[in-house]
Design a protein around this ligand. Structure first.
Ligand code: MET
Ligand SMILES: [Zn+2]
Length: 753
């Protein structure tokens, strides 16, 4: 059902959204006696629950507490106290919202940094090299003097990043239950009987990586039985303490792994002393994995019903089936009819969110100017409670919106003709450039909040941006870079800035979502048809170009990245949403071109992020993602040089798609992830140094990297650039690093002749 119609079912939202009483009219109607609907056939599992909750704090209290602690201004005890306060406040709020049955409130979903890292600690899977650190937990998360942190990567297809555990053939697993028992006792002292949530053993091992030095062919999953021993100890410790334990196995929605699932849950469910086990799958359809799980005597399963009703659920008849009908990842109100139909079709015995609410902001309270029809975490909890009261009701189960029609990837002229038309840019061999942003100074950030708060006149703010652009141009000319950038000083964020300048988007005041550790993002909300009321970046790009004779690269964020880092509407297919954004970017490309900008970069760092978890869906996604990028860029004349940029990910998996973007030049993170360049048929700039670290790359080291790249790519197509934008670095670091980069390019260039 479209969102505007959904509205009619709800009591109107109060001024700040604090009056959201979901489905109030429906509840009044259906609660009358004789108004036949199936009540939930609840087993002992609570009728309403959520799989997890945000933990950064409604006002990012944890972020602040962590950063104070890391800066050495507070001790561990103060940090723990903040954690305790945040947990107590969450339980209190959830209880108030209606999660009142024993076991309805989750515990152990709090984390000081990351729940996968917590699971590693819970199993004592702490690599030896961290054990001597002053604080092994934060050393694994963030590194400690001389000790790099563990790797971090994306949690399934979300924008949350987890710490990748390292498992060796000899990792000595054992149960370390203090955190889980501690939270349970803490909640009990406050009067709440909670349900501890643990990351499941199969997901834990499949997300882990083999420790460095492990023999080739070693797979962390080889250690399943040893890990299960530790889970056995944990469950034994929890047996007298909690009625239910939730084991999170989102890996159930990913291909493969049935034998491990079968084995793991037969063993765990067969333990002589254990609480009841709820196995939670999420982020998609677990249908393929359910038979393997059902053969084990686990007591219940939680399934994601937001995209449909999984097959094989009848195998769980007589056990608890927790229906995740309220999306934990999207920000729209739930359609009660659709949700109840799904609960009925699934034979659900309880109602829940589809996944943890970690991925949405806390609350609509305090927001204004947002479109109607939204629900954040608190509002979603109220929906879960209301749906449990209403119960299932048979009806048509809606299918997700289908893309409208076909899209074909539009093309520019052949690359050779473009390269010829671009020759008058006058670039040397191995042209040097940067990825777009220059250091975002504290003054810039302060000016941005001042102008937003009305404390700084707009004209004054814009003058400061221009002054910053002038400085960035001067710096680059002094360094001797070939293709310059304006430095992006006007941008708070590469997606939010565009969202603020496009119709169809809204931005929240306080809608923060944890990205990793203390880092949060405030994803814009794409709620309507997207269009571009006017040029967005042209003014800054042309100002920058007016200051220099060297080419200045216009800088845009690509359509796939804009949708990947936003909450998007759910009433049309993602592909069609992305195409609308692509049209807006295309118009911006045209305006930049018309204003004389000859080089335009359209960034797509999130191309890999949206890759579907299931292999069978990947080719379809990549085809439309490429088509969207090409819709955005294919209007450019041959003489306009189109760049793209990718980072953050194993580009290796999507190399063909990156090539299919057909950009004239692709800059790609390489220094950190050691990416190989051979496959590229056009200009390629494998990053020559890691911008995530304050370390200054040596000139010789860059020379060596360039020589290595030249073994695979002809000099006519090799570009020289860092891994990513420089906004998190200081000017001192940037100057020193780029001087070595430019110096290295000169040395290698000379040796070519
Ligand atoms: C995460 S990719 C960032 C690209 C952007 N142009 C920047 O330099 O900041
Ligand atoms: Zn980047």
């Amino acid at each position: 059902m479209p969102r505007h119609q959904r509205e009619a079912l709800d009591v109107p939202q109060g001024r700040h959204g604090d009056q959201y009483r979901p489905f109030a009219a429906l509840i009044d109607r259906e609660k009358r006696p004789g108004c036949g609907h199936d009540p939930l056939v609840t087993t002992e599992f609570p009728s309403a629950t959520i799989l997890g909750y945000p933990r950064i704090g409604p006002d990012r209290e944890l972020k602040r507490a962590l950063e104070e602690h890391w800066a050495g201004r507070t001790g561990r005890a103060e940090l723990e106290a903040t954690g305790r306060r945040l947990r107590a406040e969450s339980w209190r709020r959830l209880h108030e919202l209606g999660l009142r049955e024993p076991g309805a409130l989750p515990s152990n979903t709090f984390s000081l940094y990351d729940h996968v890292l917590d699971a590693a600690v819970m199993l004592d899977a702490v690599p030896e090299r961290y054990r001597g650190a002053a604080d092994p937990y934060f050393a694994m998360a963030r590194g400690a003097d001389g000790l790099p942190p563990l790797r971090m990567t994306k949690w399934f297809d979300t924008n949350y990043h987890y710490i990748v555990p390292e498992i060796a053939p000899r990792t000595a697993f054992r149960a370390v239950a203090d955190k889980v028992l501690g939270e349970l006792a803490e909640a009990r002292a406050l009067g709440y009987e909670t349900r501890p949530v643990l990351l499941g053993p199969v997901t834990f091992l499949r997300l882990a990586q083999a420790a460095p030095g492990a023999p080739g062919g070693f797979d962390p999953l080889d250690r399943l039985d040893d890990v299960l021993d530790a889970y056995g100890e944990l469950l034994a410790a929890l047996a007298g303490e909690a009625a239910w334990v939730q084991l999170d196995e989102p890996i159930l929605v990913v291909d493969g792994g049935s034998p491990a699932v079968r084995h793991a849950y037969r063993r765990l469910a067969g333990l002589p002393t254990r609480p009841r086990l709820l196995v939670a799958s999420y982020f998609g359809d677990a249908g393929d994995a359910l038979p393997a799980l059902a053969v084990a005597p686990v007591d219940g399963v939680a399934v994601d019903l937001t995209h449909g009703v999984p097959r094989n659920l009848e195998l769980f008849e007589g056990r608890s089936v927790v229906g995740g009908v309220v999306s934990g990842r999207e920000v729209w109100r739930t359609d009660p009819d659709a949700a109840r139909a799904r609960l009925a079709a699934a034979g659900a015995t309880s109602v829940s969110t589809s996944c943890s609410l970690l991925h949405v902001p806390y609350t609509l309270r305090g927001e204004s100017g947002l479109p109607s029809g939204l629900a954040f975490a608190e509002e979603k909890v109220a929906e879960v409670v209301a749906l449990a009261a209403l119960g299932p009701k048979a009806g048509p189960v809606p299918v997700p919106p289908r893309p409208a029609g076909e899209v074909r990837a539009e093309s520019r002229g052949p690359y050779e003709a473009r390269a010829a038309a671009q020759r008058d840019l006058g670039l040397p061999a191995l042209p040097t450039t940067t990825i777009g942003s220059f250091p975002q100074t504290g003054e810039l950030r302060a000016a941005r909040s001042a102008v937003a708060a009305g404390r700084l006149p707009v004209a004054e703010y814009e003058a400061r941006i221009e002054a910053e652009i002038a400085r960035v141009i001067r710096e680059q000319e002094a360094l001797g870079l070939d293709v310059l950038v304006h430095g992006e000083p006007e941008r708070n964020d590469m997606v939010q800035y565009f969202a603020e300048h496009l119709d169809g988007f809204a931005v929240t005041r306080n809608g923060w979502v944890q990205s990793y550790g203390s880092r949060c993002t405030r994803p814009p909300i794409l709620h309507g048809d997207v269009s571009r009321p006017g040029p967005i970046t042209v003014r800054w790009a042309t100002y920058a170009q007016s200051l220099t004779a060297r080419p200045v690269k216009g800088m845009l964020t690509g359509p796939v990245t804009i949708v990947a880092w936003s909450f998007v509407r759910d009433d049309i297919a993602l592909r069609d949403v992305t195409m609308q954004v692509a049209d807006a970017v295309r118009a911006e490309v045209a305006d930049l071109e018309a204003a004389g900008v000859r080089v335009i970069q359209v960034d797509e760092p999130a191309l890999r992020e949206l890759l579907p978890l299931r292999r069978e869906e990947r080719a379809g996604y990549l085809a439309w993602a490429v088509a969207a990028y090409r819709r955005a860029t294919s209007g450019a004349a041959d003489a306009t040089q189109i760049h793209t940029h990718l980072c953050y990910s194993d580009a290796g998996e999507v190399l063909e798609a990156i090539d299919a973007l057909d950009a004239d030049v692709t800059s790609i993170e390489a220094a950190r992830s050691g990416f190989a360049v051979q496959e590229f048929s056009r200009g390629i700039g494998p990053g020559v140094y890691d911008i995530h670290s304050p370390r200054i790359p040596g000139r010789d080291e860059v020379v060596a990297r360039l020589r290595r790249a030249l073994a695979a790519v002809p000099a006519s197509r090799l570009w020289v650039n860092p891994d990513c934008g420089l906004k998190t670095r200081t000017y001192d670091e940037v100057r020193a690093s780029l001087a070595n980069v430019v110096g290295a390019a000169e040395i290698v260039r000379k040796s070519l002749k």
